[in-house]
Ligand binder design. Structure first.
Ligand code: DUC
Ligand code: ZN
Ligand code: ZN
Length: 468
């Protein structure tokens, strides 16, 4: 069966133009000024609509055990939410058990993802350093198509690795064609600040932000970048939340460090004042790094516009308000860290970015699709609209507004971070490999149709030091 999308305005990271799209066997087989309807073709009229490449969210925590609990979305609810929100591929974090090999862990996560609605890959987290882990890295990349890993510089005792371990892992990963994601916060200082705060009886939620100040993020970001530079390895800094950390990225880029930076919708739109909301509402907004003072947002948007930040990821790490967030009603340190965002990332970045004049349409596509695809070895299969790309497409009516509410969401969580926010622009259809999986706001695709993404290796730039 063929599909023809007629009369839409195609948007890529470089172009905006009116054309029809021909899809055969799940792949874009032609783009032309006009394709006539044919009896063997399913015709979709996209008049007055943008046709975007599907969103690629490379920062999700579905089915993720963390802080003595686990995230509220699994691969069923989470990928339905993703699809409804215009995301057609995700890369999810694994979470290894103590003593488990990376390869065994990966098989476990592939099982967890069997009912995924959309295509998926994994970043393997390494929280326990040993020589065996190093030996597994080339196998992970060559045999399993897992070409990214993740290290944490915080959460001591649960996830954190030290500098020497980071160096060794980054070095070996770089040689194996793997890019390393890094959560950059200084875990030791944060743990001490939390202890000091609790000792003084400062348990209110705003102390979550005060005990993870920007210096703990910028210091760790600078250190991670220095380690990557020494290891001559590519690095991906996840969830840059503040101007000071972004400055470290800018400096490292100037030195020639092979760094890609990501921010998240909540850092672009929400701020630290949400941690002072009454009646425990503040608990909904606890994530790490924490929401920052509002002035940082302008720096992050400018960083996107200037190409310093190449991707926006949701860091979808949802916990129920009732029963999970409430674990820390009287003590910020007991609240599971994480916020939902997978279903709204596309709308939020479009509305506050494009509609409010902060970024162009092309830049929107770049950070939500092309940038993630190129960074994580999915391009040129995913990440744009062109002949030979998978037909992962989002049809979007820019003139229809909607109000975001948890009452109409697929995310399995009892609140929404952006409750009551009106956004102009609505997703009308989503296609994954040519198959319609969302129509008029409803998910119609079948669970289990998503495919594991075997990804390309990441090439390493030979010299990481620029001439100035
Ligand atoms: N930050 C969060 O808010 N949740 C998951 C882990 C993380 O780094
Ligand atoms: Zn993180
Ligand atoms: Zn995360």
């Amino acid at each position: 069966m063929k599909t023809i999308i007629q009369n839409g305005t195609i948007v890529t990271a470089t172009d905006i133009y009116k054309a029809d799209i021909l899809i055969e066997n799940g792949v874009i087989s032609g783009i032309s000024s006009h394709y006539a309807a044919a009896p063997d073709a399913n015709v979709i009229d996209a008049s007055g609509q943008y046709v975007f490449p599907g969103g690629i969210d490379v920062h999700t925590h579905l089915a993720w055990p963390f802080q003595s609990t686990g995230t509220a979305d699994d691969f069923v609810s989470g990928t339905r939410a993703a699809a409804a929100g215009g995301i057609t591929s995700i890369i999810n974090f694994t979470n290894p058990k103590k003593g488990q090999t990376l390869l065994d862990n990966l098989q476990e996560w592939k099982k967890k993802a069997e009912l995924s609605l959309i295509d998926y890959g994994f970043h393997s987290i390494i929280s326990e350093y040993n020589d065996h882990v190093l030996e597994e890295l080339p196998i992970l990349a060559d045999k399993e198509g897992v070409t990214s890993i993740k290290l944490f510089m915080a959460y001591k005792g649960e996830l954190m690795v030290n500098d020497r371990e980071m160096y060794k892992i980054l070095k070996k990963a770089g040689e194996a064609g793997i890019i390393t994601n890094v959560h950059a916060e200084n875990g030791d200082i944060i743990d001490e600040l939390i202890a000091e705060s609790l000792a003084k009886g400062n348990t209110e939620h705003i102390y979550h932000a005060y005990t993870r100040p920007p210096i703990t993020e910028s210091e760790a970001t600078g250190r991670a970048l220095a380690i990557a530079e020494a290891a001559k390895a590519p690095i991906y800094i996840v969830h840059v939340s503040c101007a000071d950390a972004l400055q470290k990225v800018a400096e490292a880029k100037k030195r020639g460090v092979q760094v890609t930076a990501e921010t998240c919708p909540h850092y672009l739109v929400l701020d630290e004042s949400y941690l002072e909301l009454q009646d425990f509402e503040s608990g909904k907004y606890i994530c790490s790094p924490p929401l920052r003072e509002k002035w940082n947002q302008e720096h992050l948007w400018n960083g996107i516009a200037a190409g310093l930040i190449s991707t926006v990821g949701s860091d979808h790490c949802p916990f129920l308000f009732e029963g999970q967030k409430t674990l820390g009603r009287d003590n910020f340190a007991k609240i599971p860290n994480g916020v939902p965002g997978l279903e709204d990332i596309f709308s939020i970045v479009y509305h506050f970015g494009v509609n409010e004049g902060r970024i162009s349409l092309q830049k929107f596509v770049e950070v939500l699709s092309t940038g993630p695809a190129k960074t994580f070895g999915l391009y040129p299969k995913k990440g744009s609209i062109g002949i030979g790309f998978d037909a992962d497409l989002v049809l979007f009516n820019p003139n229809v507004s909607r109000v975001i509410t948890h009452k109409k969401q697929y995310q399995n969580v009892d609140y929404n971070l952006y409750e009551g926010t009106e956004v102009k622009g609505t997703i009308t259809r989503v296609l994954s490999r040519g198959e319609e999986i969302v129509r008029d706001g409803y998910v119609i695709g079948e669970q289990g149709r998503g495919k594991f993404l075997f990804r390309n290796k990441v090439s390493k730039v030979q010299s990481t030091v620029s001439a100035m």
